[in-house]
Design a protein around this ligand. Structure first.
Ligand code: PGA
Length: 249
C-alpha cells in the first residue's frame, strides 16, 4: 500500500507572516493515511520545520545543488536542507527546467545528492502544450523518466510528479483519462526498470491547477497517489480541502 501524499510548493512566495498558514495546517486534525508536505522558500524552511515539528506536516525544499558542499555561491545543498529540517526535495520542476536550463542529467545528479543525504526526491516531469498537441506526451515522459531518475531509486527515496507544463498555474487541467494514461504509463515504466516491488511502491503525484473543486475527481484516477499543488497550497483553507479529498479516497 502506498501512502498518499499532499505536497504544497510555495515557489517564490512567502514571508515570515505566511507561516500563519502553516501553523493552521499543523494544528488541524490531520489524518491518518495521508502524508502532508509543504515546501516553503528556503528562507522559511527552518522556521517552518520548528513550527510543524510536532505535527503531521513535513517540510521540504524546492531544489538543491548536485554537490554536497563547495564553491557554489548562492546555491543550497541537500544536506543543508536536511539540516534545516527538510524531509523531501522537489527536483526538476518545469520552472527550474525553463528558468535555469535544467535538463534531465542535472536533475539526475541532484537526485543522487538527495538520495545520499537520506532524503526523498520529488522529481517532476511533464510535456508542453506543443508536445501534447503533437501526440508526443508519452515519449517525452518516457525520456524524462529514463533521464532524470538514478538507478538506486526506491519507494522511500523517490516520488514522481506528473505536471503538464500547460496546466501549471493556468487553471487548465487534463481530462481524467489523460491523467490516467500518463500515470499508468509511468507506473509501467517504473515497474519495468526497477522491478515490480520498487515500481509499485513509488508514489505518483499529479500537479497542475489542482484546486479544492477538482481534487476529488483527480484523486479518483488510478495510480494517482496525491498531488503537487502550487497556488492552492498558499492558503491553509484551500490546501486543507485538498488534503481531506485525498484522505477520503
Ligand atoms: P499550480 O502549480 O497548482 O499553481 O498550477 C503546480 C506546480 O507548479 O507544482
Amino acid at each position: 500500500m502506498r501512502r498518499k501524499l499532499a505536497a504544497g510548493n510555495w515557489k517564490m512566495n512567502g514571508l515570515g507572516s505566511s507561516l500563519a498558514e502553516l501553523e493552521t495546517l499543523s494544528k488541524a486534525e490531520n489524518t491518518r493515511q495521508t502524508d502532508i508536505l509543504i515546501c516553503p522558500p528556503a528562507t522559511l524552511l527552518s522556521r517552518a520545520a520548528a513550527m510543524s515539528a510536532d505535527s503531521q506536516v513535513m517540510v521540504g525544499g524546492q531544489d538543491c545543488h548536485a554537490a554536497i558542499t563547495g564553491a557554489h555561491t548562492g546555491d543550497i545543498s541537500a544536506e543543508m536542507l536536511r539540516d534545516a529540517g527538510a524531509e523531501m526535495i522537489i527536483l526538476g520542476h518545469s520552472e527550474r527546467r525553463a528558468d535555469h536550463n535544467e535538463f534531465d542529467e542535472h536533475i539526475r545528479a541532484k537526485a543522487r545528492a538527495v538520495f545520499e543525504t537520506g532524503l526523498t526526491a520529488v522529481i517532476c516531469m511533464g510535456e508542453s502544450l506543443a508536445e501534447r498537441e503533437a501526440d508526443n506526451t508519452l515519449d517525452i515522459i518516457g525520456g524524462q523518466l529514463a533521464g532524470s531518475i538514478p538507478d538506486n531509486a526506491t519507494g522511500e527515496n523517490l516520488v514522481v510528479a506528473y505536471e503538464p507544463i500547460w496546466a501549471i498555474g493556468t487553471g487548465k487541467v487534463p481530462t481524467l483519462a489523460q491523467i490516467g494514461e500518463v500515470h499508468d504509463f509511468i507506473r509501467a515504466r517504473l515497474e519495468r526498470r526497477f522491478g515490480a516491488g520498487v515500481g509499485r511502491s513509488v508514489r505518483l503525484l499529479y500537479g497542475g491547477s489542482v484546486k479544492p473543486d477538482n481534487a476529488a475527481d483527480i484523486f479518483s484516477v488510478s495510480n494517482v497517489d496525491g498531488a503537487l499543488v502550487g497556488g492552492a497550497s498558499l492558503k491553509a483553507a484551500d490546501f486543507q480541502v485538498i488534503i481531506d479529498a485525498l484522505d477520503a479516497t
